[in-house]
Design a protein. Structure first.
Length: 481
């Protein structure tokens, strides 16, 4: 009897060990017997993003607000001679800007502190061309402070655009004198307005002028070490057009100053075609819903960050037609990406790193949680499968890499099992990076495969999502998939 009792205890102990080897959060979706052995994560594929760059990627979208003396003259670039008295918003409301940005999914807002005309939108003592010399708020107004405070209240990040080119400032023709002036503005902006998420420089009009870029960067990193410097800067690059469109193949790793660095792309585009500042006759240029949706899929959907410009009008409000279009656009995206069908799937993979549950495909159910599917080091291709109890209908697939470990995937594809039980390719693309959205013809299937066809190192996927798009979203027909 005692022997039988001991044998029972032994069997219970053995069963316990076996069960531990099968640990996973949802046993219904995967019955793989995982190894108990500790498995090291993949080595990073350098260069990799800084924590600040990862945070920037995760915002996915930001709002640009061009506001200044140009707003009151129906011009994009004034020459620095328009009188300061002409700047006079009647109902300046930056909280509306920030609240709209937040509501439509923007993670940050960038405002013009000074454009090419040289007009400064906060009361600096270093120039006679700015809000201090306008009738607005009796010369006591501060656009930058209003926007900074509004961003804080709305729960989004704040940034500013300070144009290096200056068509008003007499010191511009003296490189050293102008550098000192420009740094004095930078210092005020970096010390008086709280945390700065992004400092935006551009190169317009700068041909032939020598700037102390290294001095600017040093000052920014000293006063705001977490701030990212964009466009003419080391942290974020311009995508190369003002249409909001990223290329099909988008590598975050770029050659810069003789070495490879993580230098991701930001796609900037105005919501009114060709107009960054408000124009009284500009409503006819407002982008359509379908144009905005295309921009989203060709920027965010290709791994870039979208910076969408919405220009405040002469009252100091975002125009109602623009706001309504933004809300319409956001509502479509929310409908499309509301339900991830992959949550009801049985997950599988042809290779799991070390056969360890820490790297199981189900780790792709949630994004940005530092959990991911990974293969063994010698496995540069692989796939994840999603099996459903009954056929699902879908036309969007989202795939994300674990970019803190670097960008790896060179080519990948999406497959479905057809009625004959054969795999059929429905979409293919090159890079993934932070995010890739596949817009495909409507599919009906019980099984999907996300396949990594070529990779620089063992693939690491952070997230996989499968969706059926809103009836109002863009549709892809089989002939132009």
């Amino acid at each position: 009897m005692r022997c039988l009792l001991k044998l029972s205890y032994l069997l219970i102990f053995i069963c316990f060990i076996i069960c531990v080897g099968k640990i996973y959060a949802d046993t219904k979706t995967n019955s793989t017997c995982y190894s108990l052995k500790m498995v090291n994560p993949p080595e990073p594929l350098y260069p990799i993003p800084t924590p600040q760059q990862v945070k920037w990627h995760q915002q996915e979208m930001g709002m640009f607000c061009h506001f200044g003396i140009n707003t009151f003259h129906n011009e994009e670039w004034t020459d620095g001679t328009k009188p300061a008295e002409s700047f006079n918003p009647t109902d300046f409301n930056p909280q509306q800007w920030a609240d709209v940005a937040k509501k439509v999914g923007m993670g940050y807002l960038i405002v013009t502190a000074k454009h090419h005309d040289g007009f400064v939108l906060y009361p600096t003592p270093h120039t006679d061309y700015g809000v201090r010399f306008s009738p607005w708020a009796n010369g006591q107004g501060d656009v930058v402070k209003g926007v900074s405070d509004a961003c804080k209240n709305a729960g989004i990040h704040f940034g500013f655009y300070l144009s290096p080119w200056d068509r008003h400032e007499p010191r511009y023709n003296d490189n050293n004198a102008y550098d000192e002036y420009f740094k004095s503005l930078l210092k005020e902006l970096l010390t008086n307005y709280g945390p700065v998420f992004e400092v935006w420089f551009d190169g317009a009009g700068t041909e032939g002028h020598v700037y102390d870029w290294d001095g600017y960067y040093k000052l920014i990193k000293e006063l705001q070490p977490d701030a990212l410097i964009a466009i003419c800067g080391p942290d974020i690059r311009w995508v190369g057009n003002e249409d909001g469109l990223a290329p099909e193949t988008l590598w975050n790793v770029q050659e810069k100053d003789g070495k490879k660095v993580w230098w991701p792309a930001e796609c900037d585009v105005p919501i009114r075609r060709g107009q960054w500042f408000y124009h009284t006759d500009g409503e006819k240029r407002l982008l359509s819903l379908n144009q905005l949706l295309k921009i989203y899929y060709y920027s965010v959907g290709r791994g870039a960050v979208l910076l969408l410009n919405v220009s405040p009008d002469r009252s100091g409000h975002l125009p109602e037609p623009d706001v309504n279009r933004l809300l319409e656009w956001r509502s479509v995206l929310e409908e499309t990406f509301k339900t991830n069908l992959a949550e009801k799937a049985e997950w599988g993979a042809n290779n799991i790193r070390g056969n360890n549950s820490d790297y199981a495909p189900e780790m792709c159910l949630k994004e940005n949680d530092n959990k991911y599917w990974a293969t063994d080091d010698n496995q540069l291709t692989g796939y994840v499968t999603l099996k459903f109890n009954k056929p699902i209908v879908f036309d969007r697939v989202v795939v994300k890499e674990q970019i803190p470990l670097g960008q790896r995937v060179e080519e990948h594809s999406i497959w479905v099992k057809n009625k004959k039980g054969q795999w059929e390719k429905v979409s293919s693309a090159t890079t993934i990076g932070y995010k890739r959205i596949h817009c495909i013809p409507e599919q009906k299937t019980k099984e999907i495969k996300i396949q990594i066809d070529k990779s620089l190192a063992c693939p690491t996927l952070d997230f996989i999502g499968v969706y059926n798009s809103s009836p109002r979203d863009l549709k892809i027909s089989p002939k132009n998939k």
